[in-house]
Design a protein around this ligand. Structure first.
Ligand code: 6PG
Length: 508
């Protein structure tokens, strides 16, 4: 709705990379924006960029010197977007807003990667002072500027106010094909297509879903890195050659943003030495913690997400560079089996299948985790909608999210993605190649923790019987922990008197 007053529609607080680009995106979509940052240089930076981009046109962004000025510049109820680092800074700005006179029906949207339980607490804590709303944002700098994937949650009344702006600034998808509609032009936002935002659920739900998105992101990235190592170290391909293979894969079922950027990174020469840039980058991975939170959450709730957890461990092992250097001189590896060109080509094809299967498993783990937490938290998560809003704008956007969308549209209560016919049949078809790729990596001594853990996940779930029967026997032996029997009603507990001379079965 057009605002005819002299007041602005929305305020953005925190003008780092994400805040600045969100502000410019909102302004591109015909909203008037007030901006504030503790650093006046950043405020000026946004204003300058707007001037450059909108020569001869009306300017829509107003810089504020402090939060009181920002509050005075906005229509009521005010909508304030926080783009500050997760943790204490969020509460710092909230406290400052209270001092500046924020009102009970004003809406504060936390767009950072906050821990979801903090969001739940904050909604409670600020009740009566203002509405603490949250919306996780995915897509990095370019996404924030030209269309991110947005995961809002919290007060439904607040969402009614925020929704038109959110739908306007979100990434857009062609609803028929499920493919992103992209245009990276300042002042010319994409207005057609389905917006990549949907109301996720009560407070914390959006941040939880974003956290799982990031867990999947960690695993997806690590899977690609493992494929790179097998092709580079195992098959002796150059970084650029691996980049070409990835480019080819990106034309098929593995098509995704992460596959595309990996190909670009691999083909990039180092401006300093002319060598492949990737070979000059120190092999120690950073992390801000969202993948770790996902793994922790999976362990706490008892949802198997081994591929996500392995991706976090892989980053941890990578940081122990000096230990790896020492152990590389001490521990033996296999003699790599020689391969002719034909065998190499077959392995490359097998690896493509392995990567696809492992990727499906990693998404299956993420969706199962969300489902179990939703049940525990009594959230009504709509998984078809979640898959839909991940089809564009976000880091894990991939063509096959359309198949995930369709799988949940066909059955909203799908217990596991592997149950969907489309994935069950493709994985069954490709599983032999998956095993060939994992076996080749193992025989070459190349670590593939994510690709192989996904295979173990697949094999575990397709096993009607697991050795947990022996495990229950062990537990009963040393700790009298009891067991159930296959031939007796569920819930009936038995214990064998292991220490007695004559071992008798006791029904408890
Ligand atoms: C996104 C990203 C973004 C960021 C993560 C992961 O969806 O836009 O997930 O939020 O890349 O914080 O960063 P780390 O790899 O540093 O943990």
């Amino acid at each position: 709705m057009q605002n005819h007053s002299n007041l602005n529609d929305i305020g953005v607080i925190g003008l780092g990379v994400m805040g600045k680009n969100l502000a410019l995106n909102i302004a591109d979509n015909q909203y008037r924006v007030s901006v504030f940052d503790l650093d006046p240089v950043k405020v000026n930076g946004v204003l300058q960029q707007e001037k450059q981009e909108r020569v001869g046109q009306e300017l829509r962004i107003t810089g504020c010197a402090n939060l009181s000025e920002m509050l005075a510049s906005l229509t009521k109820p005010r909508i304030l977007v926080l783009s500050v680092p997760a943790g204490a800074p969020v509460d710092g700005v909230c406290a400052a807003l209270i001092s500046a006179g924020i009102e009970a029906d004003d809406i504060v949207i936390d767009t950072g990667n906050s821990l979801w339980t903090d969001t739940v607490e904050r909604e409670q804590h600020y009740q009566g002072q203002f509405i603490f709303f949250s919306s996780a944002v995915s897509g990095g700098e370019v996404g924030a500027r030209f269309g991110p994937s947005l995961m809002p949650s919290g007060d439904l009344g607040a969402w009614q106010h925020v929704a038109p702006i959110w739908k306007a600034i979100a990434a857009k998808v062609n609803p028929q094909t499920g493919l992103p509609i992209e245009r990276f032009e300042p002042g010319n936002p994409v207005t057609e297509g389905e917006p990549c935002t949907t109301y996720i659920g009560p407070a914390g739900a959006g941040h939880y879903v974003k956290m799982v998105h990031n867990g999947i992101e960690y695993a997806d990235m690590q899977l690609i890195c493992e494929a790179y190592q097998l092709l580079h170290d195992g098959l002796g391909m150059s970084a650029a050659e691996v980049g070409e293979v990835f480019e080819r894969w990106n034309q098929g079922s593995l098509n995704s943003y992460l596959m595309g950027i990996s190909a670009e990174v691999l083909k990039q020469a180092d401006p300093l030495t002319g060598k492949p840039l990737v070979e000059m980058i120190l092999d120690k991975a950073g992390q801000k913690g969202t993948g770790l939170w996902t793994a922790v959450s999976s362990l706490q709730i008892g949802c198997p997400a081994p591929t996500i957890a392995e991706a976090v461990y892989a980053r941890a092992v990578s940081t122990q560079k000096s230990l790896r250097v020492e152990l590389s001189k001490k521990l033996a590896g296999p003699l790599s089996p020689a391969m002719d060109e034909n065998q190499k080509a077959n392995l490359i094809d097998a690896l493509e299948s392995a990567l696809y299967c492992a990727k499906v498993c990693c998404y299956a783990q993420g969706f199962q985790l969300m489902a179990m937490t939703a049940l525990e938290q009594k959230w009504q998560l709509d998984f078809a909608e979640i898959a839909k809003i991940w089809r564009a704008g976000c880091i894990i956007r991939a063509t096959f999210l359309q198949s995930i969308t369709q799988a949940y549209q066909a059955d909203a209560n799908l217990s596991c993605l592997l149950m969907a016919d489309t994935f069950a049949s493709t994985l069954s078809e490709k599983q032999t190649e998956w095993r060939i790729a994992v076996a080749a990596a193992i025989m070459q001594g190349i670590p593939v923790p994510c690709i192989s853990s996904a295979l173990a996940y697949y094999d575990s779930y397709r096993s009607e019987t697991l050795p947990a029967n022996l495990l229950q026997g062990q537990r009963d032996f040393f700790g009298a922990h009891t067991f159930e029997r296959l031939d007796k009603p569920a819930g009936e507990k038995y214990h064998l008197d292991w220490s007695a001379q004559e071992r008798v079965l006791i029904k408890l």
